[in-house]
Design a protein around this ligand. Structure first.
Ligand code: FAD
Ligand code: SF4
Ligand code: SF4
Length: 413
């Protein structure tokens, strides 16, 4: 009797990992999907809208969660990480560590625990721009739809949430646990983190509350964001009259990220649309080195360039500093051939994507000079773990990675 083929292991439940898991499962392969957060979706769900269609990212993710619910071949492990890995000839033997399940599968998301919770934490979903109770639904579209609890924030002896939960879904004494699995091949889809604003002090990053990153701008524009979807200056909660986008903030710069993050030009064009739709009288200026909007996305560039009150200026911004209640920008205007000064009320730094591949050293992952994971037989790589790319490219990439991992696992079964 031949042994059943081993499952594939997909690490990372963003759009790339979820796609890889579904494609492999729908082709008949068992899959274990490991996601470190409490729910799947990754960074995409933090966007207000996404290009090219400017639709809410939840639509695409809902289709994927329905596919996951229908497909019994994918075992989704949230709040989990791979903490050890050994090549064993048939693939890999991996140890998966599950974070303590303070809120268990019995949770119905009824919400009774949140109002009684006295502890507040910075909301990770909103990038720390809002406070939320220690026990809460991570975000409105969380899947699995289960509450999470930041146990470290609980005052000593508090068990108000447990008392309020009639489903006995809260275990304040839960502990970490591990399991060991034999898998045939791995797809790494660990995605990216935003380049930290604090590393760009010359552009006002970390120095002025009104210098924000492009990922923060997505949350400001989102209805479930810290301002309920209103684009307001963080310093005074007023709508900005002048918004400046600084392209390549820390990207294509050997002192920061040497590479182009591929999506930040498009993200700023999209965000210029958010601003003009909400604040039609605002002046928007995009300071760029090159305008990268390939393929179908060129239409968005043409649309934004034609908008009243939007200027695209070819110039590298060298400095952003407070100037009274406003911000002063110093830049080289390339077309005019001189150094100019400009003012804005809100500056959005188009920061790049930093791969999280270095976090996957348990797989002895080879990392290239920019930090992206390099594929090898039995270890496929998908999405931004692999290279900077948008959602459409991540999905294509993930489909290919799933196929390559299935082939590798087939050989090793
Ligand atoms: C400001 C901005 C706006 C953007 N807007 C758009 C847009 O409008 N349209 C578009 O097409 N693209 C857009 N993008 C790009 C888009 O966000 C990426 O293409 C997409 O996030 C790639 O998905 P991913 O699955 O590779 O990574 P991620 O979304 O980062 O997902 C990775 C997942 O892996 C998990 N993970 C990480 N490490 C581990 C680990 N060790 N163990 C287990 N799990 C782990 C993470 O928690 C996460 O859930 C934008 C990017 C930026 C910066
Ligand atoms: S933990 Fe209990 S009270 Fe809180 S949402 Fe879940 S079921 Fe409701
Ligand atoms: S135990 Fe923690 S999560 Fe529960 S109510 Fe108290 S502070 Fe909130």
């Amino acid at each position: 009797m031949t042994a059943a083929p081993r499952p594939l292991l997909v690490v990372g439940g963003g759009i790339a990992g979820v796609t890889a898991a579904l494609e492999a499962a729908e082709a008949g392969r068992d899959v274990v999907l490991v996601e470190r957060d409490a729910c799947i979706g990754g960074r995409v769900l933090r966007n207000h809208h996404y290009f090219p269609k400017l639709c809410p990212p939840t639509c695409g993710m809902e289709i994927n969660t329905r596919r996951l619910e229908r497909n019994r071949r994918v075992r989704v492990l949230t709040g989990a990480r791979v903490t050890a890995c050994r090549e064993d000839g048939g693939g890999y033997e991996v140890t998966i560590t599950h974070a303590p399940a303070y809120v268990t599968e019995r949770c119905t998301a009824c919400g009774a625990c949140t109002p009684v919770c006295p502890a507040k934490v910075k909301d990770p979903f909103n990038l720390g721009m809002a406070e939320v109770p220690a026990i809460r639904l991570p975000h409105p579209h969380a899947w699995p739809k289960r509450f999470v609890l930041d146990r470290a924030a609980c005052p000593d002896g508090c068990h108000a949430c447990r008392d309020a939960c009639t489903y006995e879904a809260i275990d304040l004494a839960a502990v970490e646990r591990t399991e060991t699995l034999a898998v045939g091949a791995v797809v790494l889809a660990t995605g990216w983190d935003p380049y930290p604003l604090e590393r760009l002090p010359e552009l006002g990053g970390g120095r002025s509350p009104d210098v924000i990153s492009n990922v923060q701008m997505e949350r400001l524009a989102a209805p479930a964001g810290p301002t309920g979807g209103k684009i307001l200056r963080p310093s005074d909660a007023q709508p900005p009259r002048r918004v400046a986008f600084v392209q390549c903030a820390g990207s294509r710069d050997v002192n920061h990220l040497a590479y182009c993050s591929a999506v930040c030009c498009l993200a700023s064009l999209k965000q210029a649309i958010y601003v003009k739709e909400q604040l039609p009288d605002a002046e928007v200026t995009i300071y760029y080195i090159d305008r990268r909007a390939p393929g179908r996305n060129e239409e968005m560039l043409t649309r934004v360039a034609a908008m009243d009150g939007v200027r695209l200026v070819k110039g590298k911004v060298a400095k952003v500093e407070p100037n009274g209640a406003a911000l002063a920008l110093r830049l080289e205007d390339v077309d005019a051939g001189r150094i100019v000064r400009a003012e804005a009320d809100l500056v959005v730094l188009a920061t790049g994507m930093v791969p999280r591949s270095q976090d996957t050293s348990v797989f002895a992952t080879v990392i290239d000079e920019d930090g992206f994971a390099v594929e090898r037989p039995g270890l496929a790589v998908a999405g931004v773990a692999h290279r900077p790319e948008d959602v459409a490219a991540s999905v294509r990439d993930a489909t290919g990675a799933a196929a390559r991992a299935c082939i590798a696992a087939g050989r090793s079964a």
